[in-house]
Structures are given as structure tokens and as C-alpha cells.
Design a protein around this ligand. Structure first.
Ligand SMILES: [Mg+2]
Ligand SMILES: [Zn+2]
Length: 161
């Protein structure tokens, strides 16, 4: 299958004000719905890969992270859009070294193996250099966007529009 991977905070949802771990923090960025509808029409599936080091730092919990993921799912389901899976790293390098925090590629490798993803036809969209660095390690096409910018800009690259 072909997939567009997304970073979560700063790409799917606004992260300009808060660490996003409460319902009331959640604001879907401009253009996200429209972009996902278009990509779905073009037979792309969606996976989120996210660094959530705030868990390791004790700022919020895994349950908080999953609550936000579920809230995103609720909103997207109104448009018949589904995120296949959310993968996230809970670690912070000052506390625990790991292989899953981007720019490491372990979470991408897991997803690619599980869903039999064709990396040559697939993309990663992130707002940090480490997002695209991780994705390049596994051969994905990549797009680096400005944090919290209108996501429709990626359609030009992915769909050649
Ligand atoms: Mg981000
Ligand atoms: Zn990790």
C-alpha cells in the first residue's frame, strides 16, 4: 500500500501555544481535512509517527497522548478519514536512550513491515528536520513544512497538482 506518514504536533494539530495533551489544547491545523480527503481519493492511507518526550519528562501521560489521538480520530471520522495507526516514542534522550525517537527510524520500520508499505510511493510530512531525516533512512519521499502552516501545500508535491 501507499501511505502518507505525518508527524502529529505542528503538522496535524496546532502546537504553537501548548504541549498538546488536553482536549481543549487540540486544534486541527488549516487545510488538514481538505488535504486528507484529497489524498484518500488518490488511494493513500495515513499513519502518524510522533515524538512524545513529554511523557518521559512527566509533563503528561501515555493516556493523555492516546486521548488526543482519539480526539483527532473523532474529528477525522466525521469526514470518513481514518489514521491506520499512531506510533509514538515516549522517551527523551536525557532520560532514556532509545531507537524509536525520530531521527531514528524504528517506528517507520515497524509500520512499513506491518502494513507492507511501498516506500517509493509513500511520503513523510514533518515540521522538523528530524522527521524527514528519519524518513529518508527508510527510503520515503519527504516534505518539510513550516510548523502549523496550511497543509494543502503538500498536495502540489504529492499529487503533482
Ligand atoms: Mg512536529
Ligand atoms: Zn523512544
Amino acid at each position: 500500500m501507499k501511505v502518507v506518514f505525518f508527524d502529529r504536533d505542528g503538522v496535524i494539530n496546532d502546537n504553537s501555544t501548548y504541549y498538546v495533551y488536553k482536549k481543549e489544547h487540540l486544534k486541527i491545523n488549516d487545510g488538514v481535512i481538505e488535504t486528507l480527503i484529497k489524498l484518500k481519493e488518490n488511494n493513500y492511507e495515513f499513519i502518524v509517527i510522533s515524538n512524545q518526550s513529554g511523557i518521559s519528562k512527566g509533563i503528561y501521560t501515555e493516556d493523555d497522548t492516546e486521548l488526543i489521538n482519539q480526539e483527532i480520530n473523532k474529528i477525522l471520522s466525521l469526514y470518513n478519514i481514518k489514521i491506520l495507526e499512531y506510533y509514538y516514542c515516549i522517551h527523551h534522550p536525557e532520560i532514556t536512550l532509545c531507537l524509536c525517537r525520530k531521527p531514528s527510524s524504528l517506528l517507520f520500520e515497524k509500520a512499513i513491515a506491518r502494513f507492507n508499505i511501498d516506500v517509493k510511493k509513500s511520503w513523510m510530512v514533518g515540521d522538523q528536520q528530524r522527521d524527514v531525516d528519519a524518513a529518508k533512512k527508510v527510503g520515503l519521499n519527504t516534505i518539510l513544512i513550516e510548523s502549523n502552516s496550511n497543509l494543502t501545500a503538500i498536495l502540489k508535491k504529492i499529487l503533482n497538482e
